[in-house]
Design a protein around this ligand. Structure first.
Ligand SMILES: Cc1ncc(COP(=O)(O)O)c(C=O)c1O
Length: 420
C-alpha cells in the first residue's frame, strides 16, 4: 500500500510560512536583496546607492587590487574550477602554500583548508568526535558547529550563551559520560559581536580534562596584534587545542581552515568526509585568500585591523549617542575595552526589527536583521558591521539616517529599546 504521507508537506506547513507571506505582502522581506556591484563601503543595490553596514568584508579586501589580481592570476593559471576533491585531483600548489602560511600565522603545527567555513566545522567536529564523546557548546555558537555535532552523534551538553557557571556544571556532568570531552565556542559571536572569555574557558577545560576548539570566523584578520584572532588577543594560542576560521569574512574570499596539532590535521586529511567528498574551492577563491593572508601578515595588515576596530568603535558610540541600545564593548579583566566589527542594535520584537530594517533600507543604509531562531525569542536585532575601508564621513551619513529613521519609526511604532 502506498503511503499517504508527503515529505513535501513541510514546505506547505512550516512555521515561518505565514511570516514570509506577510513580509512579502508588505514589501518588507529583509533577505535576498540583490547587489549590483562589488561589496564596498557604499554599494549599488536594487537601483540605488546604499551604505553597506551589513557585510563581513571586515578589512575591505574584496575590492583590493592585489586580491583581485591574485584571483584573476589563479584563473589564468589553473582555469575556472578544479572539478574534484582536495583528496584526489583538487589540490594545487596554492592550497599547499595557503595551508603552510595559515599554520605559520596561527602558530600551529599544521592547517587544513576546506571549501567553505561551514564544511571546516562539519569536517572537524564530525570526524574528531564520535557517539561515545561529549561536546559542550555555547548556545550562541554558529549553526555550522551544531551541524558538525549532529554529524558526529556525540552527546551534546549545551550551555546558555556566556554563562561560565553553566559551562562548569556541564563539564562536571560530562565526567560521568564515559568518553572524551570537547568544549566548542566562538571567539567572537557572530550576532552579538561579543568576545568569548577565553582565559576562564581555558582554565575550566584544563581543570576538567576537556579539549577546547575556538571558531575564529569573526575574529580572524581582526583581533590580536597579528590579526590571528581571539586566541592571540588573549595570549592563549598554545593553550587552545583546535582553531577554525573562515575565508569569507576578513579574507575576502570563500573557504575555511582548521589549524592545530599535526597528528589531528593529518587525521582530518584522510578521514574527514566534508573534506574528502566535496569539490575543492575554485582556484580564484584560493588565490584571493592567499593574497589576503599575505596582506594581513604584512605591515598593511596592522593598519587595516586598527581601522576596522576604530570604525566599529565610532559606529558603536554614534548609535549609543542616538539612544539606540547597542551591545556594549567587552571589558577585559585588565580594563582594556575590546570592540569587534559586529555592532548589533537591539530591537526585541521580530516585526519591529523588520520594519526598522525596511525604513533604513529605503533611506539608503543596508544592515542585516537577526530574528528568532538566529537569536533567542524576543531578542531581534539589527546586525550592523563595518569595514576598514569605511570612513568617518560615510559613517556619519549612516548615523544621520539612523537618527531620522528612529524619530519617524518611534512616532509610528512606539519606543525602541533605549541605551542601556
Ligand atoms: C562563527 C561562524 N562560523 C562558521 C561560519 C561558516 O563559514 P562560511 O560562511 O565560510 O561557510 C560562519 C559564517 O557565517 C560563522 O559566522
Amino acid at each position: 500500500m502506498a503511503t499517504s504521507i508527503d515529505v513535501f508537506a513541510k514546505a506547505r506547513q512550516h512555521e515561518r510560512l505565514e511570516q514570509l507571506r506577510t513580509a512579502r505582502e508588505l514589501d518588507a522581506l529583509p533577505y535576498f536583496h540583490v547587489l549590483e556591484g562589488p561589496t564596498l563601503p557604499v554599494v549599488e543595490m536594487e537601483g540605488a546607492a546604499r551604505i553597506m553596514l551589513g557585510s563581513n568584508n571586515y578589512l575591505g579586501l574584496t575590492g583590493d587590487e592585489r586580491v583581485r589580481d591574485a584571483a584573476v592570476d589563479a584563473v589564468r593559471r589553473y582555469g575556472t574550477g578544479l572539478t574534484g576533491s582536495r583528496f584526489l585531483n583538487g589540490t594545487i600548489d596554492l592550497h599547499v602554500e595557503l595551508e603552510r602560511e595559515l599554520a605559520e600565522w596561527m602558530g600551529t603545527e599544521d592547517a587544513i583548508v576546506f571549501t567553505t567555513g561551514h564544511q571546516a566545522n562539519l569536517g572537524a567536529l564530525g570526524t574528531i568526535l564520535g557517539p561515545e564523546d561529549t561536546v559542550i557548546a555555547d548556545s550562541g555558537d554558529h549553526a555550522s558547529i551544531r551541524d558538525g555535532i549532529l554529524l558526529s552523534r556525540a552527546k551534546l551538553r549545551p550551555f546558555k550563551h556566556g554563562r561560565l557557571d553553566l559551562l562548569e556544571k556541564r563539564l562536571q556532568a560530562a565526567q560521568g559520560d564515559g568518553g572524551g570531552i570537547l568544549v566548542v565556542v566562538d571567539g567572537v559571536y557572530s550576532m552579538e559581536g561579543d568576545v568569548a572569555p577565553l582565559p576562564e574557558i581555558v582554565e575550566l577545560c584544563g581543570r576538567y580534562g576537556a579539549r577546547l576548539m575556538v571558531d575564529e570566523a569573526h575574529a580572524f584578520g581582526v583581533l590580536g596584534a597579528r590579526g590571528a584572532g581571539a586566541c592571540e588577543l588573549f595570549g592563549l594560542e598554545d593553550r587552545v587545542d583546535l582553531r577554525m576560521a573562515t575565508f569569507s569574512k576578513s579574507l575576502a574570499s570563500c573557504g575555511g581552515v582548521i589549524a592545530g596539532p599535526a597528528e589531528v590535521i593529518e587525521f582530518l586529511r584522510i578521514s574527514s568526509r566534508p573534506f574528502m567528498f566535496t569539490a575543492s574551492a575554485v582556484p580564484a577563491a584560493v588565490g584571493a585568500t592567499l593574497a589576503a593572508v599575505r596582506i594581513c601578515r604584512s605591515p598593511d595588515g596592522r593598519d587595516l585591523f586598527a581601522k576596522v576596530l576604530d570604525n566599529a568603535r565610532y559606529l558603536n558610540r554614534g548609535l549609543h549617542a542616538l539612544g539606540f541600545r547597542v551591545v556594549e564593548p567587552v571589558q577585559l579583566a585588565d580594563g582594556t575595552e575590546v570592540v569587534t566589527p559586529v555592532v548589533p542594535v537591539v530591537v526585541g520584537d521580530d516585526w519591529k526589527a523588520v520594519f526598522l530594517w525596511k525604513a533604513l533600507y529605503e533611506a539608503g543604509v543596508f544592515v542585516n536583521v537577526a530574528i528568532h531562531p538566529a537569536v533567542s525569542p524576543g531578542g531581534a536585532l539589527l546586525r550592523t558591521s563595518v569595514m576598514a575601508t569605511h570612513d568617518h564621513e560615510t559613517l556619519d551619513r549612516a548615523l544621520a539616517v539612523f537618527a531620522q529613521v528612529k524619530r519617524a519609526f518611534e512616532s509610528e511604532h512606539g519606543p525602541l529599546p533605549a541605551t542601556a
